[in-house]
Write a protein that binds this ligand. Structure first.
Ligand code: UDP
Ligand code: MG
Length: 320
Protein backbone atom coordinates (compact mmCIF):
# COMPACT_ATOMS: atom_id res chain seq x y z
CA UNK A 1 0.00 0.00 0.00
CA UNK A 2 1.47 3.39 -1.01
CA UNK A 3 1.29 6.42 1.22
CA UNK A 4 0.53 9.91 -0.07
CA UNK A 5 1.54 12.88 2.08
CA UNK A 6 -0.76 15.84 1.53
CA UNK A 7 1.16 18.96 2.58
CA UNK A 8 -0.94 22.03 3.32
CA UNK A 9 0.61 25.40 4.22
CA UNK A 10 -1.89 27.40 6.29
CA UNK A 11 -1.77 31.03 7.23
CA UNK A 12 -4.91 32.39 8.88
CA UNK A 13 -7.12 29.77 7.26
CA UNK A 14 -9.71 29.23 10.00
CA UNK A 15 -12.54 29.86 7.55
CA UNK A 16 -11.24 27.65 4.76
CA UNK A 17 -9.78 24.70 6.70
CA UNK A 18 -12.96 22.80 7.71
CA UNK A 19 -14.21 22.76 4.10
CA UNK A 20 -10.76 21.83 2.82
CA UNK A 21 -10.49 18.85 5.17
CA UNK A 22 -14.04 17.67 4.40
CA UNK A 23 -13.63 17.80 0.62
CA UNK A 24 -10.10 16.42 0.51
CA UNK A 25 -10.79 13.56 2.92
CA UNK A 26 -13.81 12.74 0.76
CA UNK A 27 -11.79 12.84 -2.47
CA UNK A 28 -9.02 10.55 -1.19
CA UNK A 29 -11.55 7.84 -0.29
CA UNK A 30 -11.71 7.11 -4.03
CA UNK A 31 -7.98 6.47 -4.38
CA UNK A 32 -7.32 2.76 -4.54
CA UNK A 33 -3.97 1.31 -3.48
CA UNK A 34 -2.89 4.27 -1.38
CA UNK A 35 -3.51 5.72 2.03
CA UNK A 36 -3.04 9.39 2.88
CA UNK A 37 -1.58 11.50 5.62
CA UNK A 38 -2.31 15.20 6.01
CA UNK A 39 0.58 17.42 7.05
CA UNK A 40 -0.72 20.88 7.88
CA UNK A 41 1.84 23.59 8.46
CA UNK A 42 0.51 26.51 10.46
CA UNK A 43 2.69 29.36 9.28
CA UNK A 44 2.35 31.57 12.37
CA UNK A 45 -1.41 32.16 12.04
CA UNK A 46 -3.00 34.74 14.33
CA UNK A 47 -6.54 33.36 14.05
CA UNK A 48 -7.97 30.01 15.21
CA UNK A 49 -6.07 27.94 12.62
CA UNK A 50 -3.94 26.17 15.32
CA UNK A 51 -7.10 25.22 17.27
CA UNK A 52 -8.72 23.78 14.16
CA UNK A 53 -5.56 21.81 13.36
CA UNK A 54 -5.45 20.52 16.94
CA UNK A 55 -9.03 19.25 16.75
CA UNK A 56 -8.44 17.72 13.30
CA UNK A 57 -5.43 15.82 14.65
CA UNK A 58 -7.50 14.56 17.61
CA UNK A 59 -10.36 13.52 15.36
CA UNK A 60 -8.40 11.87 12.54
CA UNK A 61 -5.05 10.19 13.18
CA UNK A 62 -4.04 10.77 9.56
CA UNK A 63 -3.84 14.50 10.38
CA UNK A 64 -0.59 15.94 11.76
CA UNK A 65 0.47 19.51 12.05
CA UNK A 66 3.45 21.71 12.68
CA UNK A 67 3.08 25.25 14.04
CA UNK A 68 5.68 27.90 13.27
CA UNK A 69 6.70 30.46 15.92
CA UNK A 70 5.84 33.26 13.47
CA UNK A 71 4.98 33.76 9.84
CA UNK A 72 7.91 32.47 7.75
CA UNK A 73 6.11 32.40 4.40
CA UNK A 74 4.55 29.72 2.21
CA UNK A 75 7.87 28.52 0.82
CA UNK A 76 9.19 27.77 4.33
CA UNK A 77 5.92 26.03 5.21
CA UNK A 78 6.18 23.79 2.13
CA UNK A 79 9.78 22.91 3.01
CA UNK A 80 8.83 22.02 6.61
CA UNK A 81 5.91 19.92 5.38
CA UNK A 82 8.12 18.02 2.96
CA UNK A 83 10.79 17.47 5.62
CA UNK A 84 8.22 15.96 7.95
CA UNK A 85 6.49 13.82 5.36
CA UNK A 86 6.96 10.09 5.10
CA UNK A 87 4.84 9.28 2.04
CA UNK A 88 5.97 7.46 -1.10
CA UNK A 89 4.39 10.41 -2.88
CA UNK A 90 3.97 13.99 -1.69
CA UNK A 91 1.52 16.60 -2.88
CA UNK A 92 1.31 20.31 -2.06
CA UNK A 93 -2.16 21.81 -1.75
CA UNK A 94 -3.45 25.25 -0.78
CA UNK A 95 -5.96 25.32 2.09
CA UNK A 96 -8.51 27.41 0.19
CA UNK A 97 -9.68 24.68 -2.24
CA UNK A 98 -8.21 26.52 -5.23
CA UNK A 99 -6.39 23.24 -5.88
CA UNK A 100 -9.20 20.78 -6.67
CA UNK A 101 -8.96 17.67 -4.44
CA UNK A 102 -10.69 15.56 -7.06
CA UNK A 103 -7.51 15.78 -9.19
CA UNK A 104 -5.56 13.80 -6.57
CA UNK A 105 -6.84 10.48 -7.87
CA UNK A 106 -5.71 11.23 -11.43
CA UNK A 107 -2.36 12.58 -10.19
CA UNK A 108 -1.72 9.38 -8.27
CA UNK A 109 -2.64 7.27 -11.29
CA UNK A 110 -0.18 9.23 -13.46
CA UNK A 111 2.80 8.99 -11.09
CA UNK A 112 2.07 5.37 -10.27
CA UNK A 113 1.36 3.92 -13.70
CA UNK A 114 2.62 6.29 -16.40
CA UNK A 115 6.26 6.44 -15.34
CA UNK A 116 6.26 10.18 -14.47
CA UNK A 117 8.08 11.44 -11.38
CA UNK A 118 5.63 14.27 -10.97
CA UNK A 119 2.10 15.15 -11.97
CA UNK A 120 1.26 18.81 -11.67
CA UNK A 121 -1.81 20.96 -12.05
CA UNK A 122 -1.66 23.54 -14.84
CA UNK A 123 -3.97 26.43 -14.03
CA UNK A 124 -5.64 27.38 -17.30
CA UNK A 125 -7.13 30.72 -16.32
CA UNK A 126 -7.06 33.31 -13.58
CA UNK A 127 -10.75 33.44 -12.67
CA UNK A 128 -11.37 35.15 -9.34
CA UNK A 129 -8.11 37.10 -9.41
CA UNK A 130 -7.92 40.88 -9.64
CA UNK A 131 -7.17 42.28 -13.14
CA UNK A 132 -4.09 44.07 -11.86
CA UNK A 133 -2.65 40.93 -10.29
CA UNK A 134 -3.30 38.87 -13.45
CA UNK A 135 -1.59 41.51 -15.59
CA UNK A 136 1.47 41.76 -13.36
CA UNK A 137 1.75 37.99 -12.94
CA UNK A 138 1.62 37.42 -16.70
CA UNK A 139 4.30 40.07 -17.27
CA UNK A 140 6.45 38.54 -14.54
CA UNK A 141 6.29 35.05 -16.03
CA UNK A 142 7.17 36.40 -19.47
CA UNK A 143 10.25 38.14 -18.02
CA UNK A 144 11.36 35.20 -15.89
CA UNK A 145 10.99 32.79 -18.81
CA UNK A 146 13.29 34.98 -20.88
CA UNK A 147 16.00 35.59 -18.34
CA UNK A 148 16.11 32.33 -16.37
CA UNK A 149 16.94 29.23 -18.28
CA UNK A 150 14.26 27.26 -16.46
CA UNK A 151 10.72 26.16 -17.23
CA UNK A 152 8.57 28.44 -15.03
CA UNK A 153 5.47 29.28 -17.03
CA UNK A 154 2.29 31.07 -16.04
CA UNK A 155 -0.15 28.64 -14.40
CA UNK A 156 2.60 26.21 -13.33
CA UNK A 157 2.12 26.43 -9.59
CA UNK A 158 2.86 24.40 -6.49
CA UNK A 159 -0.05 21.97 -6.82
CA UNK A 160 1.81 18.82 -7.75
CA UNK A 161 2.24 15.22 -6.66
CA UNK A 162 5.80 13.93 -6.78
CA UNK A 163 7.74 10.78 -6.11
CA UNK A 164 9.84 10.38 -2.96
CA UNK A 165 13.02 10.67 -5.09
CA UNK A 166 11.96 14.06 -6.38
CA UNK A 167 10.83 15.20 -2.91
CA UNK A 168 14.20 14.20 -1.45
CA UNK A 169 16.09 16.09 -4.11
CA UNK A 170 14.04 19.21 -3.33
CA UNK A 171 15.00 18.78 0.32
CA UNK A 172 18.66 18.67 -0.71
CA UNK A 173 18.38 22.31 -1.78
CA UNK A 174 18.86 24.01 1.55
CA UNK A 175 18.96 27.63 0.42
CA UNK A 176 17.28 30.14 2.73
CA UNK A 177 15.52 32.22 0.07
CA UNK A 178 13.39 29.51 -1.46
CA UNK A 179 11.57 30.15 -4.70
CA UNK A 180 9.69 26.88 -5.06
CA UNK A 181 8.67 27.23 -8.71
CA UNK A 182 12.32 27.70 -9.60
CA UNK A 183 13.34 24.80 -7.37
CA UNK A 184 10.83 22.42 -9.02
CA UNK A 185 12.22 23.40 -12.35
CA UNK A 186 15.85 23.19 -11.17
CA UNK A 187 15.58 19.60 -9.88
CA UNK A 188 14.08 18.47 -13.19
CA UNK A 189 12.34 15.05 -13.40
CA UNK A 190 9.58 14.15 -15.84
CA UNK A 191 6.40 16.07 -15.14
CA UNK A 192 2.97 15.57 -16.65
CA UNK A 193 0.72 18.64 -16.60
CA UNK A 194 -2.99 18.29 -16.12
CA UNK A 195 -5.09 21.40 -16.74
CA UNK A 196 -7.59 22.74 -14.25
CA UNK A 197 -9.72 25.87 -13.97
CA UNK A 198 -9.04 28.42 -11.30
CA UNK A 199 -11.85 29.12 -8.87
CA UNK A 200 -12.24 31.79 -6.23
CA UNK A 201 -10.95 30.76 -2.81
CA UNK A 202 -13.79 29.17 -0.81
CA UNK A 203 -13.34 31.31 2.30
CA UNK A 204 -10.92 33.84 3.77
CA UNK A 205 -8.71 36.18 1.80
CA UNK A 206 -5.59 35.90 -0.30
CA UNK A 207 -2.44 36.43 1.76
CA UNK A 208 -0.62 38.24 -1.02
CA UNK A 209 -0.46 42.02 -1.00
CA UNK A 210 0.96 44.01 -3.91
CA UNK A 211 4.13 44.54 -1.88
CA UNK A 212 4.62 40.86 -1.00
CA UNK A 213 4.03 39.87 -4.63
CA UNK A 214 6.72 42.34 -5.74
CA UNK A 215 9.16 40.92 -3.17
CA UNK A 216 8.32 37.41 -4.35
CA UNK A 217 8.94 38.36 -7.99
CA UNK A 218 12.30 39.98 -7.22
CA UNK A 219 13.32 36.98 -5.06
CA UNK A 220 12.39 34.63 -7.89
CA UNK A 221 14.51 36.49 -10.41
CA UNK A 222 17.52 36.96 -8.13
CA UNK A 223 17.47 33.33 -6.92
CA UNK A 224 17.77 31.88 -10.39
CA UNK A 225 19.35 34.48 -12.62
CA UNK A 226 22.24 36.92 -12.83
CA UNK A 227 20.49 38.70 -15.70
CA UNK A 228 20.14 42.04 -13.85
CA UNK A 229 23.95 42.23 -13.49
CA UNK A 230 24.36 41.36 -17.17
CA UNK A 231 21.85 44.10 -18.05
CA UNK A 232 24.05 46.67 -16.28
CA UNK A 233 26.94 45.49 -18.46
CA UNK A 234 24.86 45.87 -21.62
CA UNK A 235 23.76 49.35 -20.56
CA UNK A 236 27.41 50.25 -19.90
CA UNK A 237 28.46 48.99 -23.33
CA UNK A 238 25.64 50.99 -24.97
CA UNK A 239 26.78 54.18 -23.16
CA UNK A 240 30.41 53.68 -24.25
CA UNK A 241 29.27 53.10 -27.84
CA UNK A 242 27.08 56.20 -27.71
CA UNK A 243 30.03 58.29 -26.46
CA UNK A 244 32.30 57.05 -29.24
CA UNK A 245 29.63 57.50 -31.94
CA UNK A 246 28.79 61.03 -30.75
CA UNK A 247 32.48 61.97 -30.78
CA UNK A 248 33.16 60.46 -34.22
CA UNK A 249 29.99 61.88 -35.85
CA UNK A 250 30.55 65.38 -34.44
CA UNK A 251 34.19 65.34 -35.53
CA UNK A 252 33.26 64.10 -39.03
CA UNK A 253 30.38 66.51 -39.66
CA UNK A 254 31.56 69.67 -37.97
CA UNK A 255 35.30 69.18 -38.17
CA UNK A 256 36.00 69.50 -34.44
CA UNK A 257 34.52 68.78 -30.99
CA UNK A 258 33.26 71.81 -29.11
CA UNK A 259 33.38 72.02 -25.31
CA UNK A 260 29.77 70.95 -24.68
CA UNK A 261 29.94 67.91 -27.00
CA UNK A 262 33.22 66.89 -25.45
CA UNK A 263 31.62 67.11 -22.00
CA UNK A 264 28.63 64.99 -23.10
CA UNK A 265 30.96 62.36 -24.60
CA UNK A 266 33.06 62.27 -21.45
CA UNK A 267 29.99 61.88 -19.18
CA UNK A 268 28.63 59.08 -21.38
CA UNK A 269 32.01 57.35 -21.54
CA UNK A 270 32.75 57.53 -17.82
CA UNK A 271 29.25 56.38 -16.88
CA UNK A 272 29.47 53.58 -19.40
CA UNK A 273 32.83 52.38 -18.05
CA UNK A 274 31.49 52.58 -14.49
CA UNK A 275 28.37 50.57 -15.32
CA UNK A 276 30.41 48.02 -17.20
CA UNK A 277 32.67 47.37 -14.21
CA UNK A 278 29.72 47.35 -11.79
CA UNK A 279 28.32 44.60 -13.97
CA UNK A 280 31.62 42.66 -13.84
CA UNK A 281 31.56 43.00 -10.05
CA UNK A 282 27.89 41.93 -10.05
CA UNK A 283 28.79 38.79 -12.00
CA UNK A 284 31.41 37.81 -9.40
CA UNK A 285 28.99 38.52 -6.54
CA UNK A 286 26.20 36.53 -8.20
CA UNK A 287 28.55 33.59 -8.81
CA UNK A 288 29.50 33.68 -5.14
CA UNK A 289 25.82 33.98 -4.17
CA UNK A 290 24.93 30.90 -6.20
CA UNK A 291 27.90 29.01 -4.69
CA UNK A 292 26.76 29.95 -1.19
CA UNK A 293 23.45 28.16 -1.81
CA UNK A 294 25.42 24.90 -2.06
CA UNK A 295 23.04 23.48 -4.62
CA UNK A 296 23.87 19.95 -5.75
CA UNK A 297 25.94 19.90 -8.93
CA UNK A 298 23.71 17.18 -10.35
CA UNK A 299 20.70 15.12 -9.27
CA UNK A 300 20.58 11.39 -9.86
CA UNK A 301 17.23 9.89 -10.78
CA UNK A 302 18.25 6.23 -10.83
CA UNK A 303 21.46 4.29 -10.20
CA UNK A 304 22.21 0.70 -11.08
CA UNK A 305 25.23 -1.59 -11.08
CA UNK A 306 27.34 0.26 -8.50
CA UNK A 307 28.71 -1.36 -5.38
CA UNK A 308 27.10 1.21 -3.04
CA UNK A 309 23.47 0.71 -3.93
CA UNK A 310 20.46 2.11 -2.15
CA UNK A 311 18.16 -0.30 -0.31
CA UNK A 312 15.69 -0.28 -3.15
CA UNK A 313 18.35 -1.10 -5.74
CA UNK A 314 19.89 -3.82 -3.59
CA UNK A 315 16.50 -5.43 -3.21
CA UNK A 316 16.07 -5.22 -6.98
CA UNK A 317 19.44 -6.88 -7.60
CA UNK A 318 18.82 -9.71 -5.18
CA UNK A 319 15.55 -10.47 -6.88
CA UNK A 320 17.39 -10.74 -10.23
N1 UDP B 1 0.25 30.73 2.96
C1 UDP B 1 1.18 30.44 3.95
N2 UDP B 1 1.98 31.45 4.38
C2 UDP B 1 1.91 32.72 3.90
C3 UDP B 1 0.99 32.97 2.85
C4 UDP B 1 0.17 31.96 2.40
O1 UDP B 1 1.26 29.31 4.42
O2 UDP B 1 2.68 33.58 4.35
C5 UDP B 1 -0.64 29.63 2.48
C6 UDP B 1 -2.13 29.96 2.52
O3 UDP B 1 -2.69 29.70 3.80
C7 UDP B 1 -2.69 29.06 1.43
C8 UDP B 1 -1.55 29.04 0.42
O4 UDP B 1 -0.38 29.43 1.10
O5 UDP B 1 -2.94 27.75 1.89
C9 UDP B 1 -1.81 29.96 -0.76
O6 UDP B 1 -2.07 31.28 -0.28
P1 UDP B 1 -3.14 32.22 -0.95
O7 UDP B 1 -4.39 31.47 -1.24
O8 UDP B 1 -3.27 33.44 -0.11
O9 UDP B 1 -2.40 32.60 -2.31
P2 UDP B 1 -3.07 32.83 -3.76
O10 UDP B 1 -3.95 31.65 -4.05
O11 UDP B 1 -3.85 34.10 -3.66
O12 UDP B 1 -1.89 32.92 -4.67
MG1 MG C 1 -5.38 30.85 -2.89
Amino acid sequence: MDKISIIVPCYNEEKALPGFYRETADAVKDIEGAECEFIFVDDGSQDHTPDILESLSCMDDRCRYISFSRNFGKEAAMYAGLQNSSGDYCVFMDADLQHPPKLLKEMYRVVKTEGYDCCAGLREDRTGESKMRSLLSRAFYKIIKRICNLDMGDGKGDFRMMSRTMADSILELREYNRYMKGIFSFVGFDTKWIPFHNVERTAGETKWSFRSLMHYAVDGILSFSSAPATMAGTAGAVLILAAVLTAVCTALFSGSLNGITLLICLVLLLNGIQMFFISVLGQYVSKDYMESKKRPIYIVKKKRGFSELSGEHQAGCRAV
